[in-house]
Design a protein around this ligand. Structure first.
Ligand SMILES: [Fe+2]
Ligand SMILES: [Fe+2]
Length: 335
């Protein structure tokens, strides 16, 4: 009957040692993995270090009360199933606290321990459901990502350069992001934005997109629509909501002569400024069907010429350092 309880990680916080002993013996006999704490600060520290499934805590705690303890725990663990223990007479204020602090269950001290088993069992089901929802969400995101990659392949079918260019820019910008210590979240956004930055080219007619001779003014104006088209395509999905402003701004210039919105300096999203440098760098050094790629040294010269006009000065300096320190890896990506 209690197979589902095996190895369930449970923490008990109560300054009444008798109570923690009784409870942990009882739950250990059901093969749960139980840790007990009489002191809430040490318990919070332990919760940060190890993932627990269920927390059973007493309503009365010192030196910080249970309300504050749960509040602190919820800041870093939204999943843990919390069972609050109390004496019968405390019930009214507790119900209010349970509502505001996302406490799932109440166990009255002195009741039959079979009730506690039922609460722990519903806790396990609750956690399983949370994890299922999470993995469904991840699956959905992966499907969306696959779909977006299909779009990239669609561009690739007519313009082989674009897909390879996007993949190289994505690799370079991810490495550069790490070099300048961007956060994990920023690196993830930069990687994704780089991969999809030219997706709007899907909306540009072939005779313009694939033209190897000089573009007319009108044709160039059409090409310049690709950041808006790309941002529009991706804005229909929540998954891409953080990267659409980066894609929209990847051709903006520090001196406000870029497109589509003539943004200036710090009005340009930081990750778009980074993407813009990596994008230009790859465009200079990579081969095209009609022209051989230039050397990395030439690309560095061009980036320096663009300082304070097209590019952010500090970022260009960091980028050049990054290229020089990682020359072999960059050669491998761009060749
Ligand atoms: Fe572009
Ligand atoms: Fe590009």
């Amino acid at each position: 009957m209690n197979e589902e309880l095996i190895d369930t990680k449970i923490m008990i916080i109560d300054d009444d040692v008798n109570m923690t002993d009784i409870l942990s013996n009882f739950l250990n006999n059901l093969n749960c993995d139980v840790s007990t704490f009489t002191e809430p600060i040490a318990a919070i520290k332990a919760l940060k270090q190890k993932k627990y499934d269920i927390l059973i805590l007493n309503y009365f705690l010192t030196p910080i009360n249970s309300e504050k303890v749960v509040h602190l725990i919820r800041e870093f663990d939204k999943e843990i199933y919390i069972i609050l223990m109390s004496n019968h007479k405390d019930i009214f204020p507790i119900i209010n606290i349970m509502k505001t602090l996302d406490i799932q269950a109440l166990f009255e001290k002195g009741s039959n321990f079979n009730e506690l088993i039922l609460l722990v069992q519903s806790g396990i089901k609750y956690i399983e459901q949370l994890r299922n929802i999470k993995s469904m969400k991840i699956q959905l995101e992966e499907n969306l990502l696959d779909f977006a990659k299909i779009l990239i392949n669609t561009i690739d079918a007519k313009d082989h350069y674009s897909k390879e260019h996007s993949e190289r820019v994505s690799k370079i910008s991810t490495l550069f992001g790490k070099h300048i210590n961007l956060s994990k979240e920023e690196i993830k956004d930069l990687k994704l934005a780089s991969l999809f930055h030219d997706i709007g080219k899907i909306g540009i007619p072939d005779n313009i997109l694939l033209k190897s001779s000089a573009l007319t003014k009108e044709e160039y104006a059409t090409i310049k629509l690709h950041p808006i088209i790309g941002a529009n395509i991706l804005s229909s999905s929540k998954l891409f909501k953080d990267i659409t402003p980066i894609i929209l701004a990847h051709h903006e210039r520090i001196d406000s002569t870029g497109y589509p919105n003539n943004l200036k300096g710090d009005d340009i999203p930081y990750l778009a400024k980074i993407l813009s440098i990596c994008d230009c760098f790859d465009a200079i050094v990579s081969d095209r069907p009609y022209k051989k790629g230039a050397s990395i040294e030439y690309a560095i010269e061009q980036l320096l010429l663009g300082v304070d006009k097209q590019f952010d000065k500090d970022l260009v300096n960091e980028f050049i350092k990054f290229i020089q320190q990682n020359r072999d890896e960059i050669d491998e990506i761009t060749n």
